[in-house]
Design a protein. Structure first.
Length: 111
């Protein structure tokens, strides 16, 4: 299937402040924030103060084709799910991403 000119325009337009705010409100509350220690609740509460800056950062990431290194970090944790800690198969891994990374991913995914 080929991308139509209209679809291409929709996919390449700048992200709006409303799209970013919607992505922030979409996140589950009281979840681990990641290495940046910034919670989704903080973004929502401070939105009127930081809306332009956050939207600009996200659009810059899209336009330049890469994320700032600080947004692109994750913390990997291993949790024991079995009876014994001696077997690696008895662990599950969870990667906790930064809130900014989640916002970038959500705004990109909503297009």
């Amino acid at each position: 299937m080929k991308v139509t000119p209209l679809q291409n325009e929709e996919l390449t337009t700048s992200i709006s402040m409303m799209e970013v705010h919607k992505a922030a409100k979409h996140h589950l509350k009281n979840k681990a924030s990641g290495e940046d220690t910034i919670s989704t609740e903080f973004f929502i509460k401070m939105w009127d103060t930081m809306d332009q800056d956050v939207t600009s950062l996200i659009n810059t990431s899209f336009n330049e084709g890469h994320l700032y290194r600080a947004f692109n970090n994750g913390l990997i944790s291993f949790f024991l799910k079995g009876d014994t800690a001696l077997n690696i198969k008895n662990y599950c891994t969870i990667t906790v991403l930064t809130t900014m990374y989640k916002l970038v991913a959500d705004t990109n995914g909503s297009k």
